[in-house]
Design a binder for this molecule. Structure first.
Ligand code: LLP
Length: 416
């Protein structure tokens, strides 16, 4: 028996999918506040140590309203660009609650963070030197490559041998020399080994490595272990969740025994993105055509890869639901069909050869677990409008939290 996520969670609150699309347009990102808050709490309590803090990695979804809720749940945040810092500050985060995890940034971007009072983490010797020249005597963090990577696709493994990220462990002496030269105070070290692991061993191993690097630096105030915590994208097949409690218990043990052994009073941080927001988001759309090309059945929707890029970029899998008269279509014979969007490329595929019931024009589609790296990677390719975003509040009512693009938005920038 398949599990239907929106039914199990009462995802749409007091609304029906068709009402939401009628009110806010199709396609539409829909978020559920109760699920978001639940995931924030799980992360906030991951390690049993009063000095533990979970950052949220804003790149996964930087809708201002969602950021406000995440802050309300007590998380801090990391940013990857001046733009993310700007939005996080606008959402109410204080500068000291942010870490700018910089990668190959310009002097201007670095200066922006310094002037805003946001701590910068440099991930190469050359950027650390540039930081030193801009802000001699300042506080700084350094991102290390612990030598272990993990992730759902080679494109998102961000540590280990083949990666542009982080400073290699062998360069610790050079790091120390630059700190000395510019009188910088190294207050934190961080890592991020990659995105989406479903079993915790590589993460725990990398945590041990980062802690051993921490032993080399006495002034550290925090060690940030990065994100990467996976979510089950195959819920309909009964995929197990990442054992988060067990992972938290093991992390608490590893960190506790390290702090006892070294007598260090240090703050431990993590920076999950996906885990916090993926499951609170469903992408709703409309079926506009069904056709057979050769032996293949194509279900043509208004969800192109300008709206959700993950399936095209990483061959990612998302569970699907189809709705007719606002009920999930569950019964009937199934046959393989490929779900596509409305973009001018054959690669515009949301789901390949899925066993689906007979779908007809006018049916609605829901793409599950679309809250992370959905809207944040959306674009105006083909001059299509990015969708609106709606939040189902804890009382079940919907609220618009970002309007749909307008045709005028497409003309922005030409008024020169
Ligand atoms: N910290 C740093 C420095 C990162 O680069 C990332 C993600 C995170 C934290 C959060 O990772 P998470 O907990 O979300 O796995 N677009 C891809 C994922 C790219 C992740 C990039 N960095 C996807 O849709 O799967």
């Amino acid at each position: 028996m398949r599990e239907y996520y929106t039914e199990q969670t009462g995802f749409y609150g007091s609304s029906k999918p068709s009402e939401l699309l009628k009110e806010y347009g199709s396609p539409l990102y829909v978020y559920n506040e109760a699920i978001l808050r639940q995931r924030c709490r799980e992360m906030a309590g991951l390690v049993c140590d009063p000095a533990f803090k979970s950052n949220y990695s804003a790149k996964a979804n930087s809708n201002k309203e969602l950021l406000r809720i995440i802050r309300d749940e007590g998380l801090h945040a990391d940013a990857m660009s001046a733009g993310e810092i700007h939005v996080l500050l606008a959402a109410g985060f204080r500068p000291e609650e942010l870490l700018f995890v910089a990668n190959n940034v310009s002097q201007d971007e670095m200066r922006y963070a310094i002037e805003a009072g946001v701590l910068v983490s440099c991930d190469s010797l050359s950027q650390l030197r540039q930081f030193g020249r801009l802000n001699p005597g300042g506080r700084v963090a350094v991102r290390f490559n612990p030598g272990i990577g993990a992730g759902h696709h080679e494109k998102v493994i961000t540590a280990g041998e083949n990666t542009k990220f982080g400073v290699n462990i062998e360069l610790i002496c050079e790091v120390k020399a630059i700190l000395e030269e510019y009188k910088l105070k190294l207050v934190g070290i961080n890592q991020h080994i990659g995105s989406l692991f479903m079993e915790s061993t590589p993460y725990l191993d990398s945590v041990k490595r980062l802690l051993s690097i921490a032993e080399q630096f006495e002034e550290l105030e925090f060690v940030d272990m990065g994100g990467g915590f996976g979510i089950p994208y195959h819920k309909q097949e009964g995929q197990e969740r990442l054992p988060l409690k067990e992972t938290g218990r093991l992390l608490t043990e590893v960190i506790g025994s390290w702090t006892r052994k070294h007598g260090r009073d240090i703050k431990i941080k993590m920076e999950p993105g996906r885990y916090v927001v993926a499951e609170c988001g469903v992408l709703l759309g409309t079926v506009h055509a069904v056709k057979n090309n050769g032996r293949k059945t194509y279900i043509g929707t208004d969800i192109g890869f300008n709206v959700l890029l993950r399936t095209v970029l990483y061959d990612s899998y998302h569970d699907l639901e189809f709705y007719r008269n606002d009920s999930i279509i569950k019964s009937g014979e199934t046959s393989p069909a490929t779900v596509v969007g409305n973009i001018c490329e054959s690669g515009d595929i949301m789901a390949r050869d899925r066993e689906l019931p007979a779908i007809v024009e006018g049916d609605l589609i829901g793409i599950m677990d679309a809250g992370a790296y959905g809207y944040s990677m959306a674009s105006n390719y083909n001059n299509r409008l990015r969708p609106a975003e709606v939040l189902i509040s804890t009382d079940g009512t919907p609220r618009l939290i970002r309007r749909r693009d307008t045709i005028e938005d497409l003309m922005r920038g030409f008024e020169i």
